[in-house]
Write a protein that binds this ligand. Structure first.
Ligand code: BGC
Length: 605
């Protein structure tokens, strides 16, 4: 885990230089009218534009017979409009004609079902929307609702009765297909599992913290139990990054503690950590079947034991996985072959969908999916596409959005919760702070503002309106003597941002064992609107990755982002990594880091 990945900010900065206003994307909804009996469809096409580039989001609704494969066609009105890279479909373009063909995991589309696909594109001049879409060669004039009589006397080529329909939403309104209000599933799930109850303290983490001088000041905080391999389900010995207690042992201990909630991290996807090396796992990219039967099924069987029905069981689903499919596949500056493989074979999407469906079916289980952090998907080009990717996974493998209680940010990083001395809307000498090297055109300056905005986005595309966010505050305190006490000098956007930011990393792309970091907010429920809890999912004191190659039998590699002597790469602006030296492999106890986290805690201990 703990890998920061995104499109290169520098590229984006070039695209945006000189432009201060984002062009809001419009919405085209083609209405329900006549079409052929077999294939009937409705397409929503929205874009979010910036100078020279845009993100296109296309929702295809099948209003006809069930489909097992599909291809969508449309024609860009202008020759300068191009698809640069896409997701959730195989995209191709010939001249102005664009085709998107289903991936293996989303080919089947029942009557009435929708799927959302998307792409990043380029444009110049204007960026008009296509006026017509085809599905499997048939024009999407909308479809005739199954209950009404097909207008057989109308020639198939007749135009829709009115275009656009009077009910078309204005361009800036939310998508028309927001879900019906959430119905309470059987099992009486509460809205916020963290509210009003005490959290489980993992005795194995507590013992390590208590063994450190001063550690007892923090060791009674709840931290998550990471199930980072199949063997962790029943408990392992001989692993440097896990204790020996299994899932049942932890649940029994939680009952004994009188805890109200317990947190597990589901973390074993095929081809895990596809864009980095420090937390590669035991399953190869083609081992989805093993993930289901040897990993998820046994965890679900234990969690479903009626003995534990009184506990609220929180599952944090697959840190760092789905955003990689958006930002680290071919065509992106950070693209890797492994991310291409798990995108193409559906391992991540179907693995997450399966986990959500299986675990979400248990009445007292709450699933929160990882949603990266602001320094990864806080750019427009990653924000909406990642939300759509999360929706695709939440509706894969038999899951529905109702299996999702919410999302978690910042487990993979050290981003500050709040930047008290910088607002994203600030400007210095007429220049927006977004232009500073540190912010680098991001739309967010801290995790709280990002998490709240991302929650709104997720609700607007179809997640339940009562979802809540979690923010991992285990390492983002940034207290201690280096913490600024006021805004930076207004000489330039860079002096202002660098002088005032409390996040003291060298570059926001640095993610491994960060020097100077401190413990953040202690775990607590309902701290801010839209936020279910501040949590410590990454257990403080557990390494993000080794600072040099350490042979191990856990599948973990050596990522140079954990090497304090490495001078960086395009992903971190060719900066030093800021990693602490002498770190053990990811998950193993790192005493020096734990001491530093306590020393720089904010709020102070
Ligand atoms: C490691 C896991 C570990 C987790 C929590 C991850 O980076 O890969 O093995 O359980 O961190 O420390």
């Amino acid at each position: 885990m703990n890998v920061w990945r995104r499109l290169s900010g520098r590229n984006r900065a070039i695209a945006l230089t000189g432009a201060s206003v984002l062009v809001a994307g419009g919405l085209v909804t083609l209405p329900v009218t006549a079409a052929q009996a077999a294939t009937q469809c409705q397409v929503d096409y929205t874009t979010s534009d910036w100078p020279g580039g845009f993100t296109g989001t296309v929702t295809i609704k099948n209003l006809g017979d069930p489909l097992s494969t599909w291809n969508l066609g449309f024609t860009f009105p202008n020759s300068a409009q191009k698809v640069v890279s896409g997701w959730s479909a195989k995209w191709s373009q010939s001249g102005q004609n664009v085709t998107a063909t289903n991936e293996s995991w989303n080919g089947s589309l029942a009557g009435g079902a929708s799927t959302t696909i998307g792409f990043n594109g380029a444009w110049s001049g204007t960026n008009p929307k296509p006026t017509q879409f085809t599905l499997n060669g048939t024009v999407c004039n909308g479809g005739t609702p199954p209950t009404s009589t097909p207008p057989t006397s109308t020639p198939p080529s007749s135009p829709p009765p009115s275009s656009p329909p009077p009910s078309s939403p204005p361009p800036s309104s939310p998508p028309p297909s927001s879900p019906p209000p959430t119905t309470t599933p059987p099992g009486q799930k509460v809205d916020n599992p963290y509210a009003g109850v005490k959290g489980y303290v993992n005795p194995e983490w507590k013992a390590k913290a208590d063994a450190e001088p001063g550690g007892s000041r923090v060791s009674s905080n709840p931290t998550a139990v990471w199930l980072d391999r199949i063997a962790a389900i029943n408990g392992t010995t001989g692993s440097s990054s896990n204790g020996s207690m299994g899932v049942r042992d932890h649940l029994d201990k939680a009952l004994a503690q009188g805890a109200g909630y317990i947190q597990f991290v589901i973390y074993n996807l095929p081809g895990r950590d596809c864009a980095a090396l420090a937390s590669n796992g035991e399953l190869g990219p083609d081992e989805l079947a093993r993930y289901k039967t040897e990993y998820i099924d046994p965890i679900a069987a234990i969690q479903a034991d009626p003995k534990y029905a009184g506990l609220r069981i929180v599952n944090i689903i697959e840190i760092d996985s789905l955003p990689n499919l958006v930002t680290n596949t071919s065509g992106q500056p950070g693209g890797t072959a492994m991310c291409d493989t798990v995108k193409a074979n559906g391992a991540y999407v179907n693995g997450v969908g399966y986990a959500l469906a299986k675990l979400g079916a248990i009445g007292n289980v709450y699933n929160y999916i990882d949603a990266a952090h602001h320094g990864w998907i806080g750019w427009d080009s990653n924000f909406g596409p990642t939300a759509n990717q999360l929706l695709a996974a939440a509706t894969a493998s038999g899951s529905t959005v109702h299996n999702v209680a919410g999302f978690i940010t910042n487990t993979a990083n050290y981003s500050a919760l709040k930047e008290p001395y910088i607002k994203i809307t600030d400007s210095v000498n007429g220049q927006t702070v977004r232009q500073s090297k540190w912010i680098d055109w991001n739309q967010y300056v801290d995790e709280l503002s990002f998490a709240q905005a991302f929650r709104n986005k997720l609700v607007s595309i179809g997640f339940d309106s009562n979802i809540g966010m979690l923010i991992d505050t285990s390492r983002n305190g940034w207290g201690g003597t280096a913490r600024p006490t006021g805004p930076g000098a207004t000489t330039s956007v860079d002096t202002y941002v660098n002088g005032g930011r409390i996040d003291r990393r060298i570059h926001a792309g640095n993610w491994c064992n960060q020097a100077g970091a401190g413990l953040g907010e202690r775990p607590k429920a309902n701290p801010e609107p839209g936020i279910d809890a501040y949590v410590w999912v990454k257990p403080p004191g557990e390494s993000d990755g080794s600072s040099s190659l350490i042979p191990n039998n856990e599948g973990k590699g050596f990522d140079r982002m954990c090497d304090p002597t490495y001078t960086g790469n395009a992903r971190n602006g060719n900066s030093m990594t800021g990693a602490l030296p002498n770190a053990p492999i990811s998950g193993a106890w790192f005493s020096a880091q734990f001491q530093q986290l306590m020393q720089n805690a904010y709020p102070a201990l």
